[in-house]
Design a binder for this molecule. Structure first.
Ligand code: SF4
Length: 965
């Protein structure tokens, strides 16, 4: 029972039949007080709870209606100030804050200053320029204030100050007893209004509860305990540990935070982790709800210059899903987006629909994405300087409409907050303020919203509140956190617009920074004074960011002195009494989780760490298996942990995909070459079907990536050679014409980042084409087929090797030339450097098999299709028709190599079917490999394994593949 509560109860009980209005800071505070009174003293009748704003709104209604006026909240009047500050360039007083410097935060400061002046009863005419340190500032504030008053009058709007003045007593007010909570800070206009409403009887002020350290306080000083911790996270965990250990039900516990915003993320995360039901009086930042994260993700996407990865992230957070009957999943669409090559840039989203897609489902998914993105961008102008905050909010609303329906209350409050924001911005913020400011405004408003706010404690739940909001619940166990000097002491920083001296000169009703800090400190002390039952105080003795010590608040020392009867005690005595700080795993006693328990079990009495590996592995068999795998990989003998998996590979190679393995339905030259380079890489890709995430990073300094550029050159060469074959002769003009047309087509498909980059890369392509021209003008062979597709659509080409040995093959041959009667040469264009294609290395350990494989395949294709039943492919060549490749050509004569090729292919398939997938013996390859994060140092550990005698038999087929020259 608190002193203030008893006083209120006695007054209410003394006039049971009269109507009483209890004027409080917030409805939540009023309801908690009344509930506590009913619980501890008995129920009361005819008591209505009201706030000053609520009273003003209800008592000014008739005047608003009669005058055709509209009330604008503080959130709405902000827009009037913002808009005036940005549009006053022509006013004589406007020089102090030029419109170009008016950011949303700057406008916020001036809006607060004008609001304070209005509510202190100071009008623009009352403002003396001499009251300000600088004349220009005084002129600016007076001019802005006057413009604001005129704007209100012109638009028939009233703000809170205007509303308070319009408020008139209701018919029943004459017989009403107005009771004012003495802790409420009334502005000048609020005080005047209350006096008017209460009439001659005046409002009866109920003295607030005394400060918890005041001699007259009933604060339970004998039931106090304290602790300190290494940072707010450890402090929050220790608080929950103590609450759980207390045996008090969660709904009889309250946590009071001196720094709500600083502590609530840690407490929220811990409550979720330990499954503790909790209410948060001030709610949680919007980013704690799924839709809130998605909303911020949408803003990040716009702010990033439309980065495709930012959009993919926002879509995932928002649960944007394809229609029920779609034949693709959201992950397919996001993969398309990430691998589209868009990178960033609004205009580059055209790539979604202009990219070629082999599969119909990909095209449909891309079209679906395109429709969505257009909808999300429709309200946002293409030109950044044309954006308004309302445009951004409209785009955000369109995005959220396509996200998953709100599943939790927090998500619903995000949707409601955005709807309210749109409504407000639509009315007040249509000015074109440019992308940066428009985004800043919307982000500021959104991050200012709280979700899951439960201002009143709920049954069954721990209640978490700021000290200012809490302390009224009457719960039996309270813990106050953040009792360090740093968190407890209120800020005494001056307001940057109205300085303390200026305030003092302008009006006595304007609060200075010193008096504000004192009032806030007193209010906190009185809130703590309302606590009864057991109380624990905690503080962080370590400032983690600065790695510096932090002192407890002076009030904690005073509390200690009073509780222990040691008036001379100093901070050192207090520290010694509190004992060792609690870390993440606590200092002893109650263990909050397995981590606490295990870490404590691993500590010796003198706080050294025991070797607990055996115990950890006993408790966690999967960790033990992982440790065994690492140990085995470090051994020279190859085994199951090194990719030797005969059963899995057999099943996969036979096409049944057993044990989750993806069936290898057909081979290509590149797959076989990958196997020879690193069998483990082949295993990841082809057997397990694990693909690296394809995220194309957009580089502002590059137009086409290596693959796009290679494709462009192939297209130019192919079209030119096809035309040449038809028309029977070379023509440089034709080649250059094709090159220019293909460049334009590529630019339409992939928008260049700038004209300069485009021109530079076009020149480089033209130079490559010139190299190609030089090579072709010297060539004597007769070009016959180009971009020949060996397989048909989804099928494969059955390559007959020997004795029923057959290989299902898929592949494209760049070009086939006729070099003599029934004799052919295969040409494969390469856009890289020739140095990797040594003339002496025919198969290069199986890593260059394409030329020989295609030689066999093309020969069979020519014969089988009847193109030339006597065809023989006698040569294959890698051509390098680019500046980088110096126009070189590396030849691989095929005559007499057929048996070698068949033997190599047979051994490669034997190794694959035998499940031999050890890591490469060239660890340097790992540096550029997408799977390096998975393999770690595996290749390094097994670098010499192939030479180890015990491994020779096991790896025999692979050793033969790699031994082929
Ligand atoms: S990281 Fe090295 S060992 Fe692992 S798959 Fe890639 S190349 Fe092979």
């Amino acid at each position: 029972m608190t002193i203030a509560l008893r006083r209120l109860y006695e007054i209410v009980e003394a006039s049971p039949l009269a109507k009483k209005i209890w004027v409080v800071d917030s409805y939540a505070a009023g309801h908690q007080t009344v509930q506590r009174m009913a619980r501890e003293l008995g129920s009361v009748t005819n008591l209505e709870i009201a706030t000053i704003e609520g009273l003003a709104r209800s008592r000014a209604l008739p005047a608003l209606a009669a005058g055709g006026l509209t009330y604008a909240s503080r959130g709405e009047t902000y827009w009037i100030v913002f808009s005036l500050m940005r549009s006053v360039a022509t006013a004589s007083w406007s020089g102090y804050v030029p419109p170009a410097l008016v950011a949303p935060g700057v406008a916020d400061r001036f809006h607060r200053a004008l609001t304070e002046l209005r509510e202190a009863g100071v009008s623009s005419e009352d403002i003396a320029i001499e009251a300000f340190e600088q004349r220009a500032k005084g002129e600016y504030i007076r001019g802005l204030y006057s413009a604001y008053e005129q704007s209100l009058a012109q638009h028939r709007i009233v703000d809170f100050a205007g509303l308070s003045r319009l408020a008139a007593p209701a018919r029943t007010d004459a017989a009403t007893l107005f009771l004012l909570d003495g802790g409420v800070r009334l502005s000048e206009v609020g005080r005047a209004m209350l006096e008017r409403l209460a009439g001659d009887r005046g409002a009866l002020r109920i003295e607030p509860e005394p400060d918890f350290l005041a001699p007259e306080s009933d604060f339970p000083i004998d039931a106090v305990d304290w602790f300190r911790a290494l940072g707010p996270l450890a402090e929050s965990k220790e608080a929950l540990r103590r609450a759980a250990a207390s045996g008090v039900p969660w709904d009889d516990c309250e946590l009071l935070l001196s720094d709500y915003a600083g502590y609530v993320p840690a407490l929220y995360g811990l409550c979720r982790r330990f499954d503790i039901p909790a209410t948060f009086a001030g709610g949680l930042p919007i980013g704690y709800s799924e839709l809130g994260k998605a909303a911020l993700g949408y803003l990040d996407w716009l702010a990033s210059g439309y980065r495709a990865d930012a959009l993919a992230g926002a879509m995932k957070l928002g649960g944007v899903r394809p229609p029920e009957d779609a034949e693709f999943r959201r992950s397919d669409a996001i993969r398309l987006l990430e691998s589209s090559g868009i990178g960033w840039g609004r205009e580059r989203y055209v790539l979604l629909t202009s990219n070629p897609y082999e599969r119909d489902t990909d095209r449909v998914a891309a079209e679906w994405l395109d429709r969505l993105i257009r909808r999300w961008l429709l309200p946002v102008p293409a030109k950044a300087s044309d954006w308004s905050a309302a445009d951004v909010a409209d785009g955000l609303a369109a995005f959220l409409a396509d996200c998953r329906p709100p599943a939790a209350a927090a998500d619903a409050s995000v949707v409601a907050a955005v709807a309210e924001l749109r409504e407000q911005l639509g009315r007040w913020a249509a000015d074109r303020i440019g992308a940066a400011d428009a985004l800043a405004v919307v982000r500021r408003r959104l991050t200012g919203c709280a979700v899951e706010a439960d201002s009143s404690p709920q049954p069954g739940k721990l209640h978490v509140a700021s000290i200012e909001q809490g302390g009224l619940s009457g719960r039996r166990f309270s813990i106050a956190l953040g009792m360090s000097e740093e968190h407890w002491s209120a800020s005494v920083r001056q307001d940057p617009v109205l300085l303390d001296d200026e305030r003092a000169r302008l009006s006595d009703a304007l609060e200075t920074s010193g008096s504000r800090a004192l009032r806030e400190r007193e209010a906190r002390g009185r809130r703590l004074g309302s606590i009864r039952g057991r109380v624990v105080f905690g503080y962080s003795s370590l400032r983690l960011a600065e790695d510096a010590e932090s002192s407890p608040a002076y009030e904690l020392l005073q509390l200690y002195r009073a509780a222990r009867g040691e008036p001379e005690a100093d901070f050192e005595t207090l520290d010694a009494a509190i004992g060792e700080p609690s870390g993440w795993v606590g200092a002893g006693g109650f263990a909050a989780d397995l981590e606490d328990g295990m870490t404590r079990a691993l500590q010796t009495p003198d706080r050294m760490l025991r070797d607990g590996a055996a115990e950890v592995f006993r408790l966690f068999p999967s960790l033990a298996a992982g440790a065994a795998a690492v140990a085995a990989r470090k051994e020279p003998i190859v085994g199951p942990y090194d990719g030797l998996v005969p059963s899995l590979a057999q099943a996969a190679a036979e096409g049944d995909g057993a044990d989750g393995a993806s069936p290898i339905r057909s081979f290509s030259a590149s797959k076989l070459e990958t196997y020879a380079k690193c069998p483990l890489l082949f295993f990841y890709q082809e057997v397990l079907g694990v693909r690296p995430k394809e995220i194309v990073e957009y580089d502002r300094t590059r137009w086409l990536d290596a693959m796009q550029r290679g494709q462009l050159l192939h297209d130019i060469f192919c079209e030119y050679m096809s035309e040449t074959a038809k028309q029977g002769g070379h023509d440089r003009g034709r080649l250059e014409g094709i090159c220019e047309r293909k460049l334009l087509e590529a630019a339409a498909r992939v928008p260049p980042p700038s004209p300069h980059i485009y021109a530079k890369e076009c020149d480089a392509v033209r130079k490559d084409v010139a190299v190609f021209w030089r090579m072709e003008s010297r060539r004597e062979s007769k070009p016959r087929w180009f971009e020949l597709e060996l397989h048909k659509d989804e099928g494969s080409f059955a390559l007959e090797l020997a004795d029923g040995f057959r290989l299902s093959l898929r592949g494209y041959v760049d070009r086939i030339d006729e070099v003599g009667d029934h004799r052919y040469k295969i040409i494969d264009y390469k856009t890289g450097q020739p140095k990797y294609y040594d003339e002496g290395a025919f198969y290069a350990g199986g890593t260059q098999i394409q030329h020989a494989l295609y030689a066999l395949a093309v020969e069979q294709w020519l014969r089988r299709t009847g193109a030339d039943p006597e065809a023989r492919v006698t040569e294959a060549a890698y051509a390098f028709p680019t500046e980088r490749g110096l126009g070189e050509e590396v030849s691989r004569p095929q005559e007499g190599r057929r048996d070698d090729t068949v033997a190599l292919l047979r051994r490669t398939l034997e190794a694959i079917r035998g499940g031999l997938f050890p890591p490469t013996d060239k660890p340097e390859l790992c540096r550029r490999c997408d799977y390096a994060a998975v393999c770690g140092s595996h290749a390094e550990w097994k670098k010499h394994a192939r030479a180890f005698p015990e491994n020779r038999d096991r790896l025999a087929p692979l050793l033969e593949v790699n031994g082929s020259v």
